[in-house]
Write a protein that binds this ligand. Structure first.
Ligand code: NAD
Ligand code: UFG
Length: 339
């Protein structure tokens, strides 16, 4: 299958491109490199000994986007491209609506024009808002607590309405829980710019000595050890979920949502302990105030993906941390040392 991957140079995109190539698919990537580096795709091509067609382009440039989709005529699109920093979305809401919602709208127009009606969309567990119903099921009521989350919710709704208007579309809304880890080679991984917003990359930078200590955002939640609990999922398991969804779309029409999580919750303290154990380094931490907007616990009910897609997460916390640590040790400055 020929797959166009938007945002394919990014963290989850690059790991998925690698797996697509390994499975024999033909891959084109469209990325504006606003939060990534072409180096990730160079490494993916080296690791797989396969070539990727790379378009440096912006989803907001309608004409260029149409030209690329018409020219490359993909069988399916996996749509990762988007902005994802929750805090930034609060201070720059229009940037997020424009980039994520308008960008997706432009992509759908271009796909329609090219007659491509198979789409895998990067949604997020953020569409469950601050739901207290656990584990989170695909049928759990959706809501948003910030502009980033609302862009995902609006896009899911837009895709549902598109599917209802034209039954030829096959669409998968994949709701990721907390993606972490790296490819086992240590050659590709997450490369956050500036201070990481997310726990795992922050802990990795403390372990390597780039940052002094981890700030634990609250230890008075109603969880086993009082710290926040999340469903961390290995990025290679997540990548495999996209291939399973593509496979499903080749034989099913309509719009569906699937949780991609492990179903298992891990606390902030457990993450820090696992990192200290694997890296054999000190990981100092300090408990500070809760971060506004955080929920105590979030974890998936992952059965629907197993039933429909035959997919489930295979890797545990130890492997997530080991792979992340390998990437961190081999690339202390991410991709920047090579560009
Ligand atoms: P990332 O920032 O590493 O990758 C996104 C890629 O999209 C980057 O390469 C960026 O340059 C590109 N991009 C952004 N706007 C673009 C535009 N207008 N035109 C072309 N390219 C553009 O992020 P990621 O962690 O790989 O996330 C991928 C997707 O998954 C995003 O849509 C994100 O919202 C979603 N998601 C991520 C997480 C997470 O914790 N990482 C969780 C849930 C959902
Ligand atoms: N945390 C800390 N210290 C930090 C960073 C995080 O204690 O420096 C805690 C948080 O309070 C939370 C847990 O670690 O309890 C995980 O926080 P992350 O920021 O890593 O992840 P979130 O669950 O808050 O959010 C992530 C993405 C969202 C996405 C969501 C669900 O950032 O975009 O997962 O997929 F919507």
């Amino acid at each position: 299958m020929h797959v166009l991957v938007t945002g394919g140079a990014g963290y989850i995109g690059s790991h998925t491109v690698l797996l697509l190539l390994e499975e024999g698919h033909t891959v084109s990537v469209l990325d504006n490199f606003s939060n990534s580096s072409p180096e990730s795709l160079l490494r993916v091509q080296k690791l797989t000994d396969r070539a990727v067609e790379v378009y440096e382009a912006d989803l907001l440039d309608r004409d260029e986007l149409h030209g690329i989709v018409m020219r490359s005529r993909p069988d399916a699109v996996i749509h990762f491209a988007g902005l994802k920093a929750v805090g930034e979305s609060v201070s720059e809401p229009l940037l997020y609506y424009r980039n994520n919602v308008v960008g997706t709208l432009n992509l759908l127009d271009a796909m329609s024009a090219a007659g491509c009606k198979k789409l895998v969309f990067s949604s997020s567990a953020t569409v469950y808002g601050d739901s207290v119903e656990l584990p989170l099921l695909e049928t759990t009521v959706r809501s948003a607590t910030n502009p980033y989350g609302r862009t995902k919710l609006h896009i899911e709704e837009m895709l549902e309405e598109l599917g209802a208007s034209n039954p030829q579309w096959s669409i998968a809304n994949l709701r990721y829980f907390n993606p972490v880890g790296a490819h086992e080679s240590g050659q590709i991984g997450e490369d956050p710019q500036g201070v990481p917003n997310n726990l795992m990359p922050f802990v990795a930078q403390v372990a390597i000595g780039k940052r002094e200590k981890v700030n634990i955002f609250g230890d008075d939640y109603a969880t086993a050890d009082g710290t926040g609990v999340r469903d961390y999922i290995h990025v290679m398991d997540l990548a495999a979920g996209h291939l399973a969804a593509l496979n499903y779309l080749s034989t099913h029409k309509g719009v569906n949502a699937w949780n991609l999580g492990t179903g298992h919750g891990t606390s902030v303290l457990e993450v820090i302990q696992a990192f200290a154990r694997v890296s054999k380094r000190d990981v100092p931490y300090k408990v500070v105030e809760r971060r506004p907007g955080d929920v105590a616990e979030s974890y998936a009910h992952p059965e629907k993906a197993m039933l429909d897609l035959g997919w489930k997460a295979e890797r545990g916390l130890e492997q997530m941390v080991e792979d992340m640590w390998r990437w961190q040790e081999q690339n202390p400055d991410g991709y920047r040392q090579n560009v």
